[in-house]
Write a protein that binds this ligand. Structure first.
Ligand code: SF4
Length: 472
C-alpha cells in the first residue's frame, strides 16, 4: 500500500468518527443548499442554463488551441506578458524570476487554487519572500499552516471560537465570537500589507479569448486590492479557464456564484485587461499571466474524460458528496478534493498513486446531478477505476475477471454454475483456493458469500407458477 493510500485511510477513519467535525461541516452546508436552491430561481430554466454552459465549455475545450492562442494574442496586445508553463516547476521558476527582477520582498496574494496546485506559496517563502494571503479563509488556513480545506470555503472546518483563538495567538487580538469582529481583526491585519507589497498574485476564474482579459470573482474586495495596488501583478490561470466570448460571462458569473456559494452574484467581479494604461491613476505597471498546463493536456487528450476540463471550480460537487462531508477536505491529501478532485488528480498527479480516490465514492451520482456544467463525474470515477485496474491488476485477477465476464454473459452457463455452486464447498473451495486466495488483497477485506439457496431464475419461475396456480 503506498503512502498516499495509507494516509487517506488513516485520516478518513479518524475524521469520519469525529462527530463534532461532521456536525460543523453539515451545518455549514445546510445553509448553502437552501440558499443555492433559492438563487437558482434567478435562472428562467436552470437545466437549460446548465446545458448551455456545458455546450460553451465543450466548444472552448475542444478548440482550446485556437482560443488559447487568441487569448494570448489579445492579452499581449493589451500589454500583458504571457508565459506558457508546461509544468508546475516552470510556472514557479517564472514567477520567482519576475519577483527577483523587481527585488520583491513582500507579496499579497488573493485566493488561487492553481497557485495551491503548484505550491507557489512554499516556493516563494523558500526564496525568503514574505507572502500574505488576503482572502479571509485563506489567511486563516495560512495562519494555521495548513492547506485550504475546500476549493471555495478554505476554512469551513473551523468554528468561530477556533478562529478567535487563532487570531489571539497569531495576531494578538482580543477574544470574540462575533464573525463581524473577526473579519475586522483580519482586515486590520491585512490592510497595511497591500501598501507594503511589491507584487500581487491572483488566480483567474475565467480567461476571455475574445478580449484577452481575465475575470476574477470574489466577495471581499481583496482580489481587487491585491491586483491593483502593487507595482506588479501575476495571475496564474489553468489553460482550461478559457471561455470564448465576453458575453459568456453573463451566464458563467451568476452560475458560479449560485452553484458555488448560493449567491445571485459574488460581490466583486473584476475584469483585468492589462497593466496600467497611460492616463490611468491606478493598476500595476506590469501584468503577467502564467498559463498553466501541468498535465491538463494529458486530460485533454482523453476523449472519454476531457469534459472534466469544463470545471469552473464552483465546489458544488464537494458540497453534496456524502464522502466529502464525512471524511473532510484535508483527508484527500490533494489540492482539489471531493468528486472533481478524485476525477482529475489521477490525471494530474499519476493514476497509480491516486487511484484510491476514485474508490472513495458511493457512486450515488449526486455530484453529476449538481454540477452546473454537467460533468459526468461519477462515470469518470468508474473510468478511473477501470483504467487503474487494466494498468495494474495482477495477471491472475485479469484472468479471473475474463472468466467471470464469459460466465456472466452466458445465462445458461451462469445458471448451471450457480446450481453447481449450491452443492457444496467443492466449487466454492476450488474458486477460493485457486483464484481468490492468491489475490490476497481481495480476500483480506471480503468474505466470499455462500451461494443462495435458489437463484433468480428459479425464484422467477416459481413466482410465475404460483401466479398461474392462483388464476386457476
Ligand atoms: S466538477 Fe462541476 S460541480 Fe464540481 S467543482 Fe467543477 S463545476 Fe463545480
Amino acid at each position: 500500500m503506498n503512502a498516499t493510500v495509507s494516509s487517506f485511510l488513516k485520516d478518513a477513519k479518524r475524521v469520519s468518527a469525529d462527530l463534532r467535525h461532521r456536525s460543523l461541516i453539515q451545518n455549514a452546508l445546510k445553509g448553502y443548499l437552501v440558499k443555492r436552491d433559492e438563487k437558482k430561481a434567478q435562472f428562467q430554466d436552470w437545466q437549460h442554463a446548465r446545458q448551455t454552459a456545458a455546450e460553451i465549455k465543450w466548444d472552448a475545450i475542444n478548440h482550446l488551441d485556437k482560443y488559447l492562442a487568441q487569448f494570448a494574442d489579445n492579452a499581449e496586445a493589451n500589454g500583458a506578458k504571457v508565459f506558457w508553463a508546461s509544468t508546475a516547476d516552470e510556472a514557479r521558476e517564472y514567477i520567482l524570476d519576475v519577483a527577483k527582477k523587481h527585488s520583491v520582498k513582500s507579496i499579497i496574494k488573493s485566493k488561487t487554487m492553481t497557485g495551491e496546485e503548484i505550491h507557489l506559496g512554499q516556493a516563494l517563502e523558500k526564496a525568503h519572500i514574505r507572502v500574505v494571503e488576503s482572502d479571509l479563509g485563506e489567511l486563516i488556513v495560512q495562519l494555521r499552516e495548513e492547506p485550504p480545506y475546500h476549493i471555495v470555503f478554505p476554512s469551513m472546518h473551523l468554528s468561530r471560537h477556533e478562529i478567535s483563538d487563532l487570531f489571539q495567538k497569531k495576531l494578538g487580538s482580543e477574544p470574540t465570537d462575533q464573525p463581524e469582529e473577526l473579519t475586522m481583526i483580519a482586515r486590520r491585519a491585512i490592510r497595511g500589507e497591500y501598501i507594503k507589497a511589491d507584487m500581487g498574485i491572483s488566480g483567474a476564474n475565467f480567461a476571455v479569448a475574445e478580449t484577452g482579459m481575465i475575470s476574477i470573482t470574489e466577495n471581499e474586495g481583496n482580489a481587487r486590492l491585491s491586483t491593483g495596488l502593487p507595482k506588479v501583478h501575476v495571475a496564474i490561470c489553468g489553460i482550461e479557464k478559457i471561455v470564448p466570448r465576453m458575453e459568456h460571462l453573463a451566464l458563467f458569473l451568476p452560475m458560479l456564484a449560485t452553484a458555488g456559494a448560493g449567491q445571485a452574484l459574488t460581490c466583486y467581479n473584476s475584469l483585468i485587461g492589462g497593466p496600467r494604461q497611460r492616463g490611468e491613476v491606478d493598476g500595476p505597471e506590469e501584468f503577467h499571466i502564467v498559463l498553466l498546463d501541468n498535465s491538463r493536456s494529458a486530460l485533454l487528450a482523453d476523449p472519454e474524460q476531457r469534459d472534466a476540463l469544463h470545471c469552473i471550480r464552483c465546489g458544488a460537487c464537494l458540497n453534496v458528496c456524502p464522502i466529502f462531508k464525512n471524511v473532510g477536505g484535508h483527508t484527500y491529501g490533494t489540492t482539489y478534493s471531493g468528486p472533481i478532485g478524485s476525477v482529475i488528480t489521477p490525471h494530474l498527479r499519476g493514476l497509480q498513486q491516486w487511484k484510491h480516490l476514485s474508490q472513495a465514492s458511493s457512486l450515488c451520482g449526486a455530484c453529476t446531478e449538481t454540477c452546473p456544467v454537467k460533468i459526468n463525474l461519477h462515470h469518470h470515477l468508474l473510468h478511473n477505476r477501470r483504467n487503474a485496474v487494466s494498468e495494474s491488476a495482477p495477471f491472475i485477477e485479469k484472468i479471473a475477471m475474463k472468466i467471470f465476464a464469459q460466465v456472466a454473459t452466458k445465462p445458461k452457463l451462469f445458471e448451471i454454475l450457480s446450481v453447481l455452486a449450491r452443492f457444496g464447498d467443492f466449487f466454492l473451495g476450488l474458486v477460493r483456493n485457486t483464484v481468490l486466495d492468491p489475490l490476497g488483497a481481495w480476500t483480506k477485506t471480503r468474505s466470499f458469500p455462500n451461494s443462495a439457496p435458489k437463484n433468480f431464475k428459479e425464484m422467477w419461475r416459481e413466482r410465475a407458477a404460483k401466479k398461474e396456480e392462483a388464476k386457476r
